[in-house]
Design a protein around this ligand. Structure first.
Ligand code: TMP
Length: 218
């Protein structure tokens, strides 16, 4: 008699928000929570997550370049990361927790820099077409840490040497935040908006509730 085992079901969760939104500490806490439930977790980030993409990250976060080069390098890093890390992890059945993904490109390069959104949509289709997906690969859930740009700027002030993006003015981040709101509006079923202005325990409660609503966490 042969027994068949159902293919493992990976879960792809992304974390988004303007710089200073305070998402980082919650990513680690959520990883611990999933592990406590016996799930294997892949914790990763964009731009980055592979040796090649981490090299591109260094260029992207520190070198000046035109908006097209910036968008192309973001997607080049993403393609490598998707094929080398995210897809294999999902195929193993891991919970993939990824600090930023394509919504950041629409928000930062599209709405922030003013780069053409239609071109970004074409690149999204090319880069996120993978054999395991009938359509393009998208996160199962995106947690958007929404915070007013002035609050985020106050959090970042004096925290560390700002990189190329962190050094941009509050008006840039207001456009980025509007970009995230537009992405949510276009795909509300995928997004959970987290009020990241609240005290840390309240933000954490919202993060847990979003995963519980999806039926993945007890
Ligand atoms: P972080 O990992 O500290 O959040 O920094 C990554 C920076 O890169 C952040 O300022 C947002 C920016 N970024 C983009 O501009 N476009 C993208 O597609 C991604 C993934 C990040």
């Amino acid at each position: 008699m042969t027994t068949t085992t159902a293919a493992p079901t990976g879960i792809f969760i992304t974390f988004e928000g303007i710089d200073g939104a305070g998402k980082s500490s919650h990513i680690g806490a959520l990883a611990d929570l999933w592990r406590a439930q016996g799930r294997s977790v892949t914790l990763t980030r964009e731009p980055g997550g592979t040796p090649l993409a981490e090299q591109l990250r260094t260029l992207l976060l520190h070198d000046a370049m035109d908006p097209l080069s910036e968008a192309l390098l973001m997607f080049a890093a993403r393609r490598d990361h998707l094929l080398q890390v995210i897809e294999p992890a999902l195929a193993r059945g891991d919970v993939v927790l990824c600090d930023r993904f394509t919504d950041a490109t629409f928000a930062y390069q599209g709405h922030g820099r003013g780069f053409d959104l239609g071109t970004l949509a074409t690149l999204e289709q090319w880069v996120q077409t993978v054999p395991a997906c009938a359509t393009v690969r998208q996160p199962d859930l995106t947690l958007w840490f929404d915070v007013p740009p002035a609050v985020a700027a106050a959090r970042l002030a004096g925290a560390r040497d700002p990189d190329k993006f962190e050094a941009l003015p509050t008006e840039f981040f207001a456009r980025v935040a509007a970009g995230y709101a537009a992405r949510l509006q276009a795909d509300p079923g995928r997004f959970a908006r987290i009020n990241a202005q609240l005290p840390l325990p309240d933000v954490w409660a919202q993060v847990q509730q979003a995963c519980q609503r999806s039926g993945w966490l007890a």
